[in-house]
Design a protein around this ligand. Structure first.
Ligand SMILES: [Zn+2]
Ligand SMILES: [Zn+2]
Length: 88
């Protein structure tokens, strides 16, 4: 395989992470802007790694972890969720 996600400078402090880092060692931000749709017992999840500027997953449309951490503001809060999913 060897198909590693591309590394970007930390979105908060600009530090360049090492290849195997999961979190920024200076400020604790996740290195990869993954999809927030984590694999669970009943679902496969997505976990797609998006570019650091992505507020929503390019693959499934769920918010990315950077958006959930408040690191980036989506231009369109609520994203592509159909209205009937917003009732809670
Ligand atoms: Zn950082
Ligand atoms: Zn996704």
């Amino acid at each position: 395989m060897g198909d590693k996600p591309q590394l970007y400078p930390c979105i908060r402090c600009g530090r360049m992470p090492d290849e195997n880092d999961k979190y920024c060692i200076d400020c604790g931000v996740p290195v990869h802007n993954r999809c927030s749709d984590e694999p669970g017992i009943l679902k496969k999840g997505c976990s797609f790694v998006n570019p650091p500027t992505a507020a929503y997953c390019a693959k499934c449309g769920e918010p990315t972890v950077y958006q959930l951490h408040g690191l980036i503001q989506p231009l369109y809060p609520g994203g592509n969720r159909p209205a009937f999913l917003n009732f809670k």
